[in-house]
Design a protein around this ligand. Structure first.
Ligand SMILES: [Zn+2]
Ligand SMILES: [Zn+2]
Length: 94
């Protein structure tokens, strides 16, 4: 059975479908700056790192600039906050 805190790992077609679903929800726009992002660009996991999970409510579309900043920029925390606020706004806090 499905465990509540289990991380989901998808690959192949299932992962492509998830990427399309996230792009559809975000209208192919970076959720931080609004730039258009090509549908083939892979979504960003939030949270990322060891807690990442391939689920619609744990992924967002980011443009290359914001994605780089999220992972490597000095404003990474600010960007993370904006992504979390965006997801909370859609799914609510859990
Ligand atoms: Zn952006
Ligand atoms: Zn990422």
């Amino acid at each position: 059975m499905f465990e509540k805190n289990k991380r989901v790992r998808l690959k192949g077609r299932a992962l492509s479908r998830l990427n399309s679903a996230i792009h559809g929800r975000d209208h192919d726009r970076c959720v931080v700056c609004g730039a258009w992002v090509h549908p083939s660009v892979k979504f960003h996991h939030e949270p990322c790192g060891i807690n990442k999970s391939d689920e619609e409510q744990k992924g967002v579309v980011l443009c290359a600039v914001c994605h780089f900043q999220r992972h490597n920029g000095k404003n990474s925390r600010e960007i993370r906050g904006r992504i979390e606020a965006y997801l909370d706004n859609i799914y609510g806090k859990c």
